[in-house]
Write a protein of this length. Sequence first.
Length: 437
Amino acid sequence: MADTLIVAGRVVPATSTDILSPGFVRLSGGVVTEVGGGRPSGPADFDLADGVLVPGFVDLQVNGHFGVDLAAVDPAGWATVVRRLPETGTTAFLPTFITGPVHKLAAALRATADLLPGLPLGARVLGVHLEGPFISLRRRGAHDPEWIIDADPEMLGELVAAGGGALRLVTLAPERHGGLAAIKLLTDAGVRVSVGHSDATAAQVAAAADAGARMVTHLFNAQAGMHHREPGVVGQALGDPRFTSGLIADLHHVAPIVCRIAFAAAPGRIALVTDAASCAGMPPGRFQLGGQPIELPPGDGVPPVRADGTLAGSALRMDVGVSNMVAVGVGLAAAVTAATRVPADVIGRPDLGRISPGAPGDLVWLSGDLRTRATWIAGDLAYSAEPHGNRQSHHSFEHVPLSGQGSVAGQDSAAAQGLVAGQGSAAGQDPAAGWAR
């Protein structure tokens, strides 16, 4: 793979609060070999005069997108989402399955493990996020109450085994019978645990952290709020340094000032998520979430709802989430880090979500209004909003072991008009295949 040099007016490495202005990134073999401030000598392959270059976004909660409900585990639908998520700046994500019968969730996990090797070049699938069914009836949100149950070791074992290593994160309510034991069982199996859809007290959330939970799902939504005498899930999440909290940054699920409070209260521990449903990227209409109907109303950024008006996921894209946070007063570096390094770290992928030597070349060029203009995955140009010549790609995909690093690569013309200065290109190959077990 040829070396690639990208120069940008601003670079946010997400390794600190620094913004390099100007800055450059050098890639070789699909990984970052150098990042620095100023302009390097010699011609750049990509000279990005405006906007900002950031790490690829890591989204830990994606129910669907582009008309596809990922819970259906349809190979063509998954291929569409994997190919198109780079349009939003997302280069790695967790497909998310909400509450359903355990046998159906297990079947979906098995189907996921089967389809992963055939997925095309695109966003990395880091594993599956299982949101339910071991959650609170009172805080169920859009989840079907018929299928909400207590955690059972046999059921948990079935789900872990069904994924064949693909199950990465489970959201549960620790106050339910068997909740703490479930956290220990899952963490011992290498699965991350998040507190969510929970009516737990602060003490119960702290006990969940003692048992191994390290995340809170969509902070403020579908959980016990903060009171000055009973901090609840929210208070414990913000005050306990062991927790990183997901935040749906569409400004509908959580008010702007509350988003600012979250960043101020837990700096470096907020992970932006979309919680995108199948309606994301689509016009208003009827769609599916977890196999059940939702409606996307008209309006900019308005989330979808169930028939009773309950919020049911979002129509958010990650670049808009970052832009929203900057618009409400969160610093650019902090907002970018919350969409990149923070979620990568909490899910156990410290190789992703940053621009640093040795990290995969997953990069996003954002415009001045923080919308995606180009996306690279492992050094390959996976998306460009600029007109360009024919782009070729070959089958390649990251099959992520729970403890592995993995990589994704393809082949691509780097002659994107408006992007390229000089004759260099970003292309490469990766022979890696198969889930490590």
